[in-house]
Design a protein around this ligand. Structure first.
Ligand SMILES: [Zn+2]
Length: 257
């Protein structure tokens, strides 16, 4: 701070201009990297059930800061030119948020051009003019809900419902599958034991030791995959959230085939 106090007026203004440019470039770079992390689902590797929790829990972005960056990053998947708009200060995260729900491959060139250097209010007016009949979509709010919808499956509901039912303690010995033929079926009693053992949360732990701990939309996972010979035994079963179950499955079978 002392250094700033010593700056002459002209130097102070020039320095501020430089810093703003650096800030815009850094934001664009953050969004570009986040898009690639999202594409590779590296937040799952790191022990998070969503890109949102990765941003908020690991990097301490506020919810709104995380949503803005995630929404811009998701727009990058189909419109990589938004990185240039951010770098050149032609669009902000907020204006991108406003136009994101309306962008298509057919209209994006026109909209990106029209939104250049517009304020939030001007962009809202532009959207209202271009898409008068469309309901205003607040996709920021929908991001976590989307994740929840993706994870809402019959299996997970079943796991939670059955496992949360209180019942008598069951000796582990009696839970071993006596049937020699392999079956993907997992009885309610076994689910109950696994639910209790894993404390009703995703058991994934990252290479750095980050425990996911997601408590919603959990699924039963075979540690050694069933398709590769794994059995439906207590030792070979665990709770994973939908994100980690999918990610782990994709990773396993990408390596296998
Ligand atoms: Zn998880």
């Amino acid at each position: 701070m002392n250094e700033i106090l010593k700056l002459k007026d002209k130097e102070l203004l020039e320095k501020f201009g430089d810093l703003v440019r650096e800030e815009k470039e850094a934001t664009a770079s953050v969004v570009a990297h986040l898009a690639e992390i999202d594409r590779r689902r590296l937040y799952a590797l790191e022990g998070y059930s969503s890109l949102f929790s990765y941003c908020v829990e690991k990097f301490h972005y506020s919810e709104s800061e995380a949503f803005l960056r995630i929404q811009a990053a998701r727009l990058v998947h189909t419109s990589p030119e938004v990185i240039g708009l951010l770098e050149d200060n032609k669009a902000t995260l907020t204006t991108l948020k406003l136009i994101a729900p309306h962008i298509t491959s057919q209209n994006k060139e026109k909209i990106f051009k029209e939104v250049e250097h517009k304020t939030k209010r001007e962009t809202e007016q532009l959207v209202a003019t271009l898409f008068p009949s469309e309901e205003v979509k607040d996709t920021i709010r929908k991001l976590p809900q989307t994740a929840q919808n993706l994870t809402r499956s019959g299996t997970s509901t079943l796991v939670k419902k059955e496992a949360s039912q209180k019942g008598p303690e069951i000796p582990q010995k009696s839970l071993a599958l006596s049937d020699t033929s392999r079956s993907r079926y997992v009885s309610g009693k076994i689910k109950q034991v696994i639910w209790k053992r894993d404390e009703g949360q995703c058991s994934y732990v990252s290479p750095e030791g980050k425990h996911c701990g997601e408590k919603n939309f959990l699924e039963m996972d075979h540690v050694h995959p069933f398709a590769l010979g794994g059995d439906s035994t207590i030792e070979n079963l665990r709770l994973l959230c939908r994100t980690h179950n999918q990610w782990r499955s994709e990773k396993t079978f990408r390596l296998q085939y």
